[in-house]
Every structure is written in C-alpha cells, then in structure tokens.
Design a protein around this ligand. Structure first.
Ligand code: EPU
Length: 421
C-alpha cells in the first residue's frame, strides 16, 4: 500500500488550478443514465471515485469515451439495471443510479450501501421519496428492489415530498428521478449545495425543467425524455478550501485558479478570522499568510453554513493557532477520526460529544499516522506540511478517492511530499 512521506515547514508559494468537483462529477456522470443521447462533460476530475462511477456505468452498458479533458457518456442500451454490493460498498454515491434507472426503465436493483467510517449514513429518505412518487420498493437480501411497472405508463408520478433531513445525494437522486416523472414534483427542505445546483443545471441543459435550484424548495416538471448536452463540471470548493487551509498553516502566498469565491464564503470568512489575507477575483482567489493564526470556533451544517467536508482541515489548523477553539460536527456522528492521529503529532484536543475542544500549540511534530477517511487524510497532510520534522501517512488510498494529483499540486507550491509505493 502506498504511503506519503512529508517534510514539514515549507511555506507554500505560487499558482494552482483547482479541479472539477468530485461531488458534482459523480451525480453528473450518473445522470447520463437518463438519456440515450450523449452527455459530454469537461473538468471531470481524475479520481478513484470517478473511476468507480465510470466502471459501474460501463458494467450497466454505458459507453464512455475519454479524450483529453472531455468525457462522453452514452447510455443507449442498458443491459444491467443492477448495482451490486461489491461496487456500492466501495463508493456510497453509487446509490445515485437508483433514481435514474427507475425513472427511465421502470426498474432497478441497487445494493444498500451500509454504514461507513464517518457514520451510519442511511438512505431512507431516497427510498421514501421514490415511494412518494409511486415506486414499489422492497428490500431483499440487502438489495433495494424498485419498480414502477404497476403505475400508469410505468412512470413515476410527480408529488410533493418533504425531506426530514437535508440530504445532498438524496436531493440529487430524487431530482433526477422527477425529471422523467409524470407531472410536477416539489422537493421541500432540499439541499442547496453548489454541487446539487450544478447537477440541476446540467439536467436543465439535457431538457429537464427544474426550478428553485440553490433554494430549499426545488420544483421539477417531468418531461418525456432528456437529450444530449455539454456541461462543464463546477470547481471543487473542498479541494480549494483544503489548499487555502494549508497555506494559512504553513504561511505563504498562493493564487488558486478556476474558483468562484461566492461558493467559498463560509470557508474564507473563517480563514479571515484566523488572521490571513484573502483577495477574491472573478475566477481566482489569493491567500497570504505569515503562519501566525488565531483559533476559530465553528459548527458544521448544510450549505451555506460551514461544510462538514472542511471540518477536519480546520481542526488541523486550530491545533497550531493561538487560543482555544471548539469545532462541532452536526452532520455525521463519527467524523472525528483524525483527532487521535493529530494527537499523535502533538495536538491538544478533547472530545465532548460532537464537539472537539482544541488548545492551540506553537507547532506540531512529525509522526507516523494513519489516514481513516478522505477528509481526515487531507487534514493529516496539511498538518504534516506545517509540522516540524517528517510525517509518514499510511493508507493514503482515501486521498486518491478525492484529491486529484495531491502531492504534485502541493510540490508545485514548494512542499516536499514523496509517495512511497
Ligand atoms: N441521511 C439520512 N437519511 C438519508 C440520507 C441522509 O439520515 O436518506 C443523513 C446522513 O446519515 C447524514 C445527513 O443525513 O447524517 C447528511 O447526509 P447527506 O445525505 O447529505 O450526505 P451524502 O449525500 O451521503 C454528500 C457528500 C459527502 C458530504 C455530505 C454532506 C457526495 C457524493 N457526498 O454525502 O461528501 O460530506 O454530502 O455535505 O456528494 C466527501 O466528499 O468526503 C463526502 C463525504
């Protein structure tokens, strides 16, 4: 298994291109199932999770061509309306095939994803939403078996559905399903994340009629079919946030390109509180830091509040900031696995329920640590970049799921990261 060896305390300088968003690319790739025409995408990031999604789609019969920065997907004939456990367990976003398959073909069999490292993560809202649209759903042997064959023209029926919890992939699954349903669907308490909006905009280019994107009431007027479209995947705000937090910690001066700063507000406003300077331009953002930071408390919540996917990275930052901070995680029940590893590097952190109390220290020290999930791994990388001495991070396959060319990008800014095979 690969590991990263990181020499700490090099300030970061230069320019960096931020990649397309993993969490937008995944649902958008899967949206190709909704039409027999070709969906043509740019800025699909090169990531393990993207490979997993492509391989699931290929298994179902989708033709995928990749040339330079363009990915073309054609779901003309779908031979397999089945997402097996082996594929869903490696990537929970595979559950997103459920809505499109059911809406276009009237049947789907998708493995229940099960829990994962950061929490139990049920999919009950995805299922209840499809049932509210008339689908017959049975759970057998760990599989969701869904059908619309008993409905008029075998089509899902538009309805009003209130989501008990704001769910990103739940909103995406139901939005895709409703695009091909009979009549109007209204999703209340919908997710407002920029990645949900990006999927909605792509669906609208494919001929869907979706209104209210970016608000918590999304209205979808079903259409008979969708058609070909071109779409450029939105930038990855979590990748951008991770680099911003790293520069804040190591000190330096970096420009991130291919970003829209309005989607980064929750992150940049917190970073400004720590004392760094941030300049926002139309398609870029510049951060300058002298590495002397003030601790900031935060609480994760659905967009536009502070993203759970940046919680671990900001916790790493607080470990070397002046003062005491509280970081509260409200989305996932087990998303503090980086804490024990940061403590191995000398951090002072106590956990009380879903709040971590961090007492800032002058510096962290290099150590051998273990990555446990994607964002926990990212927090260990940026902690190592700022730490004194050398850190070895094991189990870095988590990072390859969600950060494109992580060590190349950091090294381009002056970091010293080596991958050992
Ligand atoms: N939930 C339910 N029932 C459901 C769906 C969700 O109880 O049917 C709960 C979850 O257990 C969780 C909360 O609702 O406590 C929110 O989960 P959500 O459904 O929004 O998460 P997700 O859609 O599975 C996406 C991202 C995650 C990100 C979360 C929250 C993708 C592919 N994944 O997950 O990204 O943390 O939204 O913003 O979009 C990551 O990139 O590292 C990552 C984990």
């Amino acid at each position: 298994m690969d590991k990263l060896v990181i020499q700490g305390q090099s300030p970061l300088h230069g320019e960096l291109e931020i990649s397309g968003a993993k969490n937008a690319a995944l649902p958008i790739l899967i949206a190709s199932l909704l039409t027999e025409d070709t969906l043509s995408l740019t800025h699909v990031p090169h990531l393990q999770d993207v490979n997993t999604a492509k391989s699931l789609l290929k298994y179902m019969g989708v033709d995928i061509q990749v040339e330079n920065d363009k990915t073309e997907l054609t779901a003309k004939e779908i031979t397999n309306k089945n997402a097996p456990y082996e594929r869903v367990k490696t990537m929970r976003a595979s559950i997103l095939v459920l809505g499109p398959l059911l809406a276009r073909f009237g049947e789907a069999r998708v493995s229940l994803p099960g829990g994962c490292a950061i929490g139990s993560r049920p999919v009950d809202i995805h299922i209840k939403g499809l049932q509210a649209m008339g689908a017959k759903i049975d759970i057998h042997n760990g599989y969701i078996e869904a059908s619309t064959k008993h409905l008029l023209k075998s089509k899902l029926q538009g309805c009003k559905f209130y989501m008990d919890i704001v769910t990103v992939t739940g909103t995406e699954n139901l939005m895709m399903a409703a695009s091909l349903a009979e009549g109007v669907t209204i999703l209340e308490n919908a997710a407002k994340e920029p990645e949900v909006v990006d999927l909605g905009q792509c669906l609208n280019k494919m001929g869907a009629k979706i209104k209210g994107l970016g608000t918590d009431v999304i209205t979808i007027e079903g259409v008979d079919s969708l058609h070909k479209a071109n779409h450029d995947v939105i930038f990855d705000r979590i990748e951008a946030g991770t680099y911003l937090a790293a520069v804040a910690m190591t000190g330096g001066d970096v420009i991130l390109k291919n970003v829209q700063h309005k989607y980064l507000d929750a992150i940049t406003l917190k970073l400004i509180e720590t004392g760094v300077k941030i300049e926002s331009h139309e398609n870029s953002i510049r951060i300058k830091s002298d590495g002397k930071l003030k601790a900031v408390s935060l609480r994760t919540a659905p967009y536009p509040a502070f993203p759970t996917d940046m919680q671990a990275q900001m916790m790493a930052l607080n470990t070397i900031a002046e003062g005491v901070s509280e970081v509260t995680e409200t989305i996932f029940e087990n998303r503090f696995m980086h804490v024990q590893e940061l403590i191995r590097m000398g951090a002072q952190i106590d956990i009380r329920g879903n709040t971590a109390i961090i007492r800032g220290k002058e510096y962290l020290e290099g150590a051998s640590v273990m990555a446990t999930d994607l964002r926990a791994s990212a927090s260990l990388v940026i902690a190592s970049l700022a730490a004194r001495g050398q850190t070895t991070i094991e189990r870095i396959y988590h990072l390859d799921r969600g950060y494109e060319k992580l060590e190349d990008k950091f090294n381009q800014l002056g970091a010293n990261i080596k991958r050992i095979h």
